[in-house]
Design a protein around this ligand. Sequence first.
Ligand SMILES: Cc1cc2nc3c(=O)[nH]c(=O)nc-3n(C[C@H](O)[C@H](O)[C@H](O)COP(=O)(O)O)c2cc1C
Ligand code: SF4
Length: 505
Amino acid sequence: MKIYIPRDAAARALGSDEVAAAVQAEAAKRGLTVQIVRNGSRGMVWLEPLVEVETPNGRTAFGPMTAADVAQIFDGGPLALGPTDALPWMAQQTRLTFARVGLIDPLSLSDYEAHGGLSGLRRALGMDRPAIVAEVTDSGLRGRGGAGFPTGIKWKTVSEAKADQKYIVCNADEGDSGTFADRMLMEGDPFTLIEGMVIAGLATGATKGYVYIRSEYPDAIEVMSEAVILARKAGVLGAAVMGSAHAFDMEIRVGAGAYVCGEETSLLNSLEGKRGVVRAKPPLPALQGFLGRPTVVNNVISLATVPVIFERGAAFYKDFGLGRSRGTIPLQIAGNVKHGGLFECAFGLTLGQIVDAIGGGTMTGRPVKAVQVGGPLGAYFPRALFDTPFGYEEFGAKEGLIGHAGLVIFDDSADMLKQARFAMEFCAIESCGKCTPCRIGAVRGVETVDRIAKGDSAAIPLLTDLCNTMKSGSLCALGGFTPYPVMSALTHFPDDFAPMKEAAE
Ligand SMILES: Cc1cc2nc3c(=O)[nH]c(=O)nc-3n(C[C@H](O)[C@H](O)[C@H](O)COP(=O)(O)O)c2cc1C
Ligand code: SF4
């Protein structure tokens, strides 16, 4: 009997280790031999720990499982959910980047290969550098870290740069609130990220890579470190990648915990052992990045999407999506929501479909008031904008951004003035201090919101002015985008900023 019990950090936080031990004990009691595979999460976080049993007709799911309930896995019971793939959450997805997450044993290279792993790399090894870059460009892939910059163009710049050494740096700092796609991918299918980085190396001539993982992800750090060792042993990494004439090796590096270290130039400083301060651009990291050498800096999801593009072809990938947002996007649905988790689908679903149909509304059962999309620098969307399709340009047109595709849902008890204050406070705390509009502006922003809360209506135009200054004068998007949550709160929820609000209360 083969039983899958996630070793994903969210599942572990909800007791999957205890469940695994209880399943083992229950099986022994019944004289049954079971093989427990510690897989990644299937993304239905509200059902974790989700236990699956392999049957001749596919996997059957049980959840949310507790150690006290494990007998149900053998005898049936109310926690039996039926075939996993038939659950609406799973059936409605298009899983390309996350195709293997939750299906395979994350640290089994043979399982990885049996599910299509390494076929993209094999294809790339038969192509020359410009052809590899062109394949990525043609796929329409854009950076999933936040800025949405075309990945192929970045790779082309590094590929064409002349240097004795080039680097691939994977940004696994994943600081955005409500996001966990990078973590889930690294814990559930680490070889996909490794394969993507090797292909990036082939495309650009880089022979060395680094994955910069935030220290708050000990499970991801452990799984990635182990996967790198296994990939090296199998010849996927090393002096002769898969027996070819190409060399590529990589290391895992751990960040010390600063939101701004997710910004690519700050990350590079941190990686070099310096303070995590933003560097002025130009020079672009693609030309002078890590140790001053041409460097590709890409998000985990951008790089982990590359293997499927090479496996299935650029045209296949590009076929999904909407407008200039091509392919699929792993949505991370969080906050006050009934069904939270990771849902991968083509770009183009409306915000309302995501929140109401997929997320199932709020956990509290109260009306949804706002959704913050794109992390702490993303705008708050009111229900009136729920017809916005999920795409880079579509969200930009509504003064918002999709960022790393995190959605944090709030019910009608949320106070949007407090959320605006929080945005300024967050910026003040996390600011690297390099430029004045952010360093000073965020502090003044907190004070100004406090004045509004005390009923000073003259402070409202001041806040708008300040936001405009931060937007146009900041060196990076931390100071430059903090106005999005602030201004969206002010614009869409003016009642929460009504003068004399606190005095009246
Ligand atoms: C304050 C700040 C924080 C950021 N945090 C992250 C992060 O945690 N992960 C990430 O991939 N990109 C982050 N970015 C975006 C990176 O600067 C960069 O655009 C990205 O790593 C490029 O990879 P991509 O093109 O694959 O998205 C952040 C940007 C800013 C301004
Ligand atoms: S905007 Fe803020 S975080 Fe960015 S460079 Fe300026 S001070 Fe640093």
